[in-house]
Write a protein that binds this ligand. Structure first.
Ligand code: HEM
Length: 125
């Protein structure tokens, strides 16, 4: 499947992370082991909710989606989440790799949100 559209890319990633996150929630619930609660919660709220909101924005403002900064924002958000979630999970498991991974993931996620703010500010002007 070829996706040139940034909104579609965000939606596909949102559905992917939402599916993985819900399956994880069911596993967590069945096992009654909620030690991974924070990783699940961040996967759902960033991966499913925030990425879907980014997709809705780019669908409403396709001109902004054409900007190079929007592509950078997409990849920063994806790289941020796939680093942040293992980071949080490893922190929850008291693994020493967790904190540095979570730090990298959170900085990438923050950078993606700042870029989105700049893009959205122009879109609404
Ligand atoms: C199949 C769907 C889902 C299942 C089975 C599931 C399961 C769970 C479980 C078992 C917990 C731990 C609850 C606790 O012991 O306190 C949890 C926490 C959480 N979930 Fe999910 N979840 C699902 C979908 C979602 C969705 C769609 C979102 C957000 C969009 C979400 C966000 C959260 C958040 C923020 C927490 C942390 C709540 C807290 O700290 O009190 N989950 N989930």
């Amino acid at each position: 499947m070829r996706m040139k559209n940034l909104a579609a890319k965000f939606f596909v990633s949102a559905v992917f992370f939402g599916t993985v996150g819900m399956a994880w929630g069911i596993v967590m619930s069945n096992s009654q082991d909620t030690s991974m609660l924070a990783a699940h919660a961040h996967l759902m709220v960033i991966g499913w909710v925030s990425f879907a909101i980014f997709g809705l924005f780019y669908n409403a403002f396709p001109r902004e989606a054409e900007r190079r900064l929007a592509t950078v924002q997409f990849w920063a958000s994806q790289a941020g989440l796939v680093t942040l979630i293992p980071g949080i999970a490893l922190v929850s498991a008291a693994h020493p790799l967790g904190a540095p991974l979570a730090a990298i993931g959170s900085i990438l996620s923050l950078a993606s949100m700042v870029m989105f703010g700049l893009i959205a500010a122009r879109g609404w002007r």
